[in-house]
Design a protein around this ligand. Structure first.
Ligand code: SF4
Length: 376
């Protein structure tokens, strides 16, 4: 059995050798006594989860709380979480104190943005930090019994009911700006959102609920810097902040589903500040809209299992090749010293991403899945 998580498989796609060092032989990085993005990410997730629980305790929901409530509650919860985590680390240096101040601002902006995004649509958050559990049989054809056991957490699952059907929206919080990218979805370095969506739709189906996917989105946790002319009004600033805080990913490109995310679209607005969707004057979506046909959306969900199996096969086959993704993998890699990767040495090569676009992506995935023996 291979025990892993979806994010570890994504790491494998980015460099098998790094995956081996980090998750195979568990080579530890030197831990500095300071806060890094993983710490702030953990604190962010914890505070958002507790905020949601507090709303429930106080008889409120994500549509119904004031700005003042948000500020006071985030303040109290942040203190509680950092105390559990080890307050001394967070207060140890001016740099760490600045990090925690920034995190507080990002948290307050985020709960207010989430409230706005929920108020604008028909989705209700159902759960935060939802356990993800999936066992995938790697040998359905050969009769052997190798299993890929994936465990993880889904940051947020939202549901909306319409015409007797339940629609699913998955939201993942990221500390940096992120979009779904066709080459990354194709090579398996973006697996989380389609795999989580697949699980949630299947889970509802198993309970006898008629359900379907709606949106899989990233929310960038930040208090964005707003650059506007000096004379701009508070309203201009707020509108700009909402634009910058909109969620990115893919939504099923059907009017009904798009407007579940943002009701103002069915009321005549041509552009959304919740998801990245804009209508043209002829009623179609413009080229920058992050929408996919229903069939392509389903393909992405199905392909996530296909590519996870392929990666698991390679890992169990002992692949520990130093094969970093083209951009960025080595620059910030903590294992550079142990690895010795050098592009100029024959035999060391960066992996080349297939240059697929949004239209080519799903047909290519279907083609690949139809030929499971083709591992190219
Ligand atoms: S330095 Fe590059 S090749 Fe080496 S382990 Fe890190 S990502 Fe992989």
């Amino acid at each position: 059995m291979l025990r892993s998580s979806v994010s570890q498989l994504e790491a494998y796609a980015n460099c098998p050798y790094k995956f081996f060092l980090r998750y195979g032989i568990k080579l530890k990085e030197t831990i500095a006594f300071e806060i890094d993005s993983r710490d702030t990410g953990n604190v962010f997730h914890e505070v958002i989860d507790l905020f949601s629980k507090k709303l429930k305790e106080d008889g409120r929901n994500w549509r119904d709380f004031t700005d003042e409530y948000a500020r006071d509650t985030v303040d109290g919860l942040l203190e509680k979480v950092t105390n559990i985590y080890g307050a001394c680390v967070f207060q140890d240096s001016a740099r760490n104190r600045l990090n925690i101040y920034r995190l507080k601002k990002a948290l307050i902006t985020s709960v207010l943005s989430i409230r706005y995004q929920i108020q604008k649509g028909a989705f209700e958050p159902q759960a935060f930090e939802v356990p993800f559990r999936r066992d995938i049989n790697l040998d359905s054809e050969t009769g052997k019994k190798r299993v890929l056991r994936l465990r993880g957490k889904i940051d947020r699952v939202d549901l909306a009911k319409k015409d007797g059907k339940v629609f699913v929206r998955i939201v993942d919080y990221k500390s940096s700006s992120k979009k779904l990218n066709p080459p990354d979805l194709y090579d398996g370095s973006q697996l989380q959102l389609p795999m989580y969506m697949d699980q949630e739709v299947k889970r509802l189906g198993e309970k006898g609920v008629s359900s379907g996917p709606a949106s899989m989105l990233y929310y960038h946790v930040e208090d964005p810097l707003i650059a506007l002319p000096y004379e701009s009004s508070e309203k201009d600033i707020e509108n700009e902040r909402r634009k910058q805080n909109k969620m990115h990913g893919y939504t099923v490109g059907e009017d009904l589903i798009v407007s579940l995310n943002d009701k103002s679209l069915e009321e005549g607005n041509s552009s959304s500040d919740v998801i990245n969707v804009t209508y043209k004057t002829d009623g179609g979506f413009n080229a920058h809209s992050e929408v996919l046909p229903q069939d392509d959306f389903n393909t992405l969900m199905k392909y996530s299992e296909y590519i996870a199996k392929k990666q698991a096969d390679e890992i169990l086959g002992g692949n520990i090749e130093a094969r970093p993704a083209e951009k960025g993998s080595c620059e910030y890699c903590s294992y550079r010293v142990s690895c010795g990767f050098d592009n100029r040495i024959p035999g060391y090569e960066k992996s080349k991403k297939e240059n697929v676009n949004k239209i080519q992506m799903a047909p290519l995935m279907r083609e690949k899945m139809d030929k499971p023996s083709d591992n190219s």
